[in-house]
Design a binder for this molecule. Structure first.
Ligand SMILES: *Cc1c(COP(=O)(O)O)cnc(C)c1O
Length: 367
């Protein structure tokens, strides 16, 4: 029986060759491929600076550190996201606030963000759910009014566009974070990156990525370096960066195929799904549909070879966050979304025949 998962990487011989060349070179890490990957991401997104790191969770952690988030500071994010979007605030000692979502996009609702703003609020982390950008112009206006940092969690959204600009351009934010985990739109195995247009933030990110060390002036010619802050080892390897460079070349093709698949499902499944807004041209990462008896459907689908997934359990309902006083009923739209959502297979190597098989199977299961 043919089986399908909700997402999967696509690699070809150019990817294998790119990795092999690094393995045969002098630098497995701290070499030229990382810089080359960062430059390619700048060229692609239009951002001035890019810092590649070991994964998007590390990237989010660094964005909180360089934004100066600490104890007593509040940061607002969506409850419908992966854990990291909230956890990064806790890594830095800050307080996580959630804002409810819009029912039709599952993106955080700007009006709900506004309700959560207090004198302690320091930053907003909008999450571009399923690849569709949040309404960044509105979030930017709100942030300007209250003097807040914006860090886009664009883990789902490399390749996506908002009002004609690439997600990650940071036109309406301070920083944007990508993930290159194998289920995401492009992969480096594990990996992540931060883009920004601020030289100041860029320099801080570089330092925090590598133990908080600096090497300037005279020092560049000797063994000396200066540690100014407590940093980490969040570096990406050249092996991974080479894979990233090669994958990035295929992103537009991936996007085209991902959008075709979404259109096919929209036209042929007849199931309620998320809506793409006028301002968006998304490189869709997920295809969630809404199903009444979701759990029953999940197990029946598994028997038929469809290994589906639920994105996501609302973060405020995790026991860790319940210790901060969050409870069921706090974010009704996020909770209603979670009750019925399930993500169908969406990845570039799905063929027309695969889509027919999947669509037929889903319809039969729902009869
Ligand atoms: C995958 C994901 C992350 C974390 O990415 P890693 O690279 O696995 O650390 C963060 N936020 C969102 C929304 C994600 O989907």
């Amino acid at each position: 029986m043919q089986t399908y998962t909700y997402g999967k990487q696509f690699l070809d011989k150019n990817d294998y060759q790119a990795v092999l060349e690094v393995l045969q070179s002098d630098y497995l890490t701290c070499g030229p491929k990382v810089t080359e990957f960062e430059r390619a991401l700048c060229a692609y997104t239009g951002a001035k600076y890019c810092v590649a790191v070991s994964n998007a969770t590390a990237a989010l952690h660094l964005t909180m550190l360089v934004s100066g988030i600490g104890q007593g500071d509040e940061v607002i994010t969506s409850p419908i996201t992966f854990l990291s979007s909230a956890n990064c605030v806790r890594f830095a000692g800050g307080t996580v606030k959630f804002a409810d979502i819009e029912a039709d996009t599952a993106n955080v609702d700007v009006k709900e963000i506004e309700k959560q703003i207090t004198p302690k609020t320091k930053a907003i982390i909008p999450v571009h759910f399923a690849g569709q950008s949040c309404d960044m112009e509105k979030i930017h206006e709100l942030a300007k009014k209250h003097n807040l940092f914006i860090v886009e969690d664009a883990a789902h959204a490399i390749g996506s566009e908002y009002k004609g600009t690439k997600v990650g351009s940071c036109k309406f934010s301070d920083m944007a974070v990508f993930s290159f985990h194998p289920v995401k739109n492009i992969t480096t195995g594990e990996g992540g990156a931060i883009t920004t247009n601020s030289e100041k933030l860029y320099k801080k990110l570089l330092s925090y990525r590598s133990h908080g060390t600096h090497k300037e002036g005279e020092m560049t010619h000797t063994w000396e370096y200066e540690m100014r802050e407590l940093g980490y080892n969040y570096r990406l390897t050249d092996i991974q960066a080479a894979l990233g460079i090669s994958q990035l070349k295929k992103l537009e093709q991936f996007k085209k195929r991902r959008r075709e698949i979404v259109q096919f499902y929209n036209e042929n499944l007849g199931l309620p799904h998320l809506i793409e807004k006028e301002f968006s041209n998304a490189c869709f990462h997920l295809y969630p549909v809404f199903i009444e008896k979701r759990k029953e459907f999940y197990f029946k689908a598994k028997e038929k070879g469809l290994n589906l997934q639920v994105h996501y359990i609302p973060v405020h309902l995790q026991s860790y966050y319940q210790e901060f006083g969050y409870k069921k009923g706090d974010f009704p739209k996020a909770e209603a979304y979670y009750e019925k959502c399930i993500s169908l297979p969406l990845y570039p190597s799905l063929t027309g025949d695969d889509l027919i098989t999947i669509t037929k199977t889903v319809r039969e299961l729902l009869k």
